[in-house]
Design a protein. Sequence first.
Length: 401
Amino acid sequence: MPDAAAAPRIVVGVAGGIAAYKAVSLVRELVRVGADVTVVPTESALKFVGRPTWEAVSRNKVSDDLFDDVATVRHVALGRSADAIVIAPVTAHTIASLAAGLAGNLLGTTVLASSAPLVLAPAMHTEMWEHPSVRANMATLIARGATVVGPETGELTGGDVGAGRMSEPEAIAEVVQSLLVPQTLVGQRVVVSAGGTREPIDPVRFIGNRSSGEMGVQLARAARARGAEVTLVAANLEVPPPTGVTLVDAPTAAAMREAMQEAATTSDLVIMAAAVADWVAAEPTQEKLKKTELGETFSPLLHRAPDILGELGASKPAGQLVVGFSAETAVDSDQRETLAREKLRAKNVDVMCVNQVSDQLGFGNVETIVTMIHHASPQSRSVTGSKHSVAGQILDALLDR
């Protein structure tokens, strides 16, 4: 999603079910990735989660009454201005009301006044979800174009287990986001590496490079939202992976090398965002090394780790786009770009994305600036914002070329 200037307007409807508490995380996630969120709870929903909570997490005023702010015709304005409407949880009662086209509350009128995509995340007990009337009403809404996420099978209120559990907020958010971006990567295969590899010295110690995996995860999420078939090769992620991608665990440089080479053979776009360790212990021990036995200094024999990006660049087939990432500590932007251009040429890749890093800059879920350097152009291009926003901008810039 774009950042503040063009923030998509999303209405999050909340029906009266115990799963309403999970919708708080949904709102927080949508706000985190740059959406302007307005929560429209039903009267029953406010008995589960109060108005102050919704206003705090959405950063917008919350209304639930048709007669609030009548002068602005709020019941129509909300629906007209929405880029998407998601109702989570949506209960059997609300499903029936929507299917019948009822407008008895602000949520109902908002849906009727909108032509925006409608996403429904059901939550109810299994017997209710499987009732013929609920199924018939859901079929009606799907036929009208609604997108349904879930429900999942799992533990329900009261200790029951079965179908009817609301999908996780992250999964719902990703579906909403996919409806707001052009499907420019449909039919394309994309492989992204993320995280930092860890090369063992012994069973409890390792050598590695700092990385939370946030940038790679956001790139995978953005590619999936644009319709691509995505493989995420992950090394020790500190953030949750996106849903809807093929996840390959690759904790070491050797494992990542194998996974990336295998995935790259069938990929149209290869993005190497992981921080691969530069050195590998020549002889990692099977037992923990004792400090008392090593003395005051310790110099393990290290070998250079495989140059995965260089190997991918050297073997890329015609038509494949290979993108690398270069984290630089130089304060001067021209110096960072010079270093990145040298890597671009040496590794025979198409695009190098370079950013400045330090103890307090560049790592984790923070604002970032990435400069894209193209093999075929002397001009660079900088993109800025949250890592979610930057990931989308990078993919869109690649498509432009």
